[in-house]
Unconditional design. Structure first.
Length: 237
């Protein structure tokens, strides 16, 4: 962080924030909003539904959201990794990407992004859902209690970081490889090369920064989502 601020200025910490907002508006809205319908589809809507069915429901919702949010994810990554003190514009980055790579450039890394989204949302929603039931049973708190929602969301954020970190590494490598020098053929090739050339622990490089991002965002997303469901007369997850 100090190096970024010294080399590129304080504003560099918010590079790509507009693309990140558009990504969340599309991707997160779908992966959270579609979880309940997917639970019904996968038969995970009963109180005693097994973990794997909840994971499948969360994964399916995540996959759909990922397809919608991928273009903004590519733009966000490009803007965040741009060098120099000048903050790149969303439109300018999009035009440059379109000119150099065409429409396919916006779906670069789509395979790893979908896989990441499925693991992320499957872990997040299944752990949150399961943890809520555990907290209610052991403490007697209600499902609508902020304490129940907060503790369950924090736990889900930790396990989500553990499972998603490798996919984040692969996704970033694929999105940042130069268009004129193909280093990785696909997500599997990228994963194999990282594991053999740099070691398996490389997949969890930067674990603490990832967790420090996931912990507050996951907690806020789930708690606010639950509160809004209550406002609109919908039952708690």
């Amino acid at each position: 962080m100090k190096k970024i601020m010294a080399d590129e200025g304080f504003s560099a910490l918010w590079k790509g924030v507009n693309a990140a907002w558009l990504r969340e508006a599309s991707y997160t809205s779908l992966r959270l909003g579609l979880y309940e319908p997917m639970k019904v589809l996968f038969g995970a809507d009963s109180p005693d539904a097994p973990f794997f069915k909840k994971f499948a429901a969360g994964s399916a919702a995540g996959a759909i959201g990922s397809v919608a949010g991928n273009p903004f994810d590519v733009l966000k990554t490009k803007m965040m990794t741009s060098a120099g003190k000048e903050v790149p514009s969303l439109v300018g980055t999009g035009k440059e990407l379109m000119a150099k790579q065409g429409i396919g450039g916006f779906y670069r890394g789509i395979d790893s992004n979908i896989a990441r989204a499925m693991v992320l949302n499957g872990t997040k929603m299944a752990c949150y859902d399961t943890m809520k039931s555990f907290v209610v049973e052991t403490t007697g708190w209600s499902k609508t209690s902020l304490l129940t929602q907060f503790s369950s969301a924090v736990t889900a954020g930790f396990f989500m970081t553990c499972t998603v970190a490798p996919f984040d590494m692969v996704r970033t490598r694929l999105m940042n490889q130069p268009s004129d020098a193909r280093i990785y053929n696909n997500a599997v090739d990228c994963m194999m090369k990282i594991a053999t050339q740099e070691g398996p622990l490389t997949f969890w490089r930067g674990f603490m920064p990832i967790w420090s991002r996931f912990a507050p965002t996951t907690t806020l997303q789930l708690v606010i989502f639950e509160q809004l469901r209550g406002v609109f007369g919908m039952k708690s997850i």
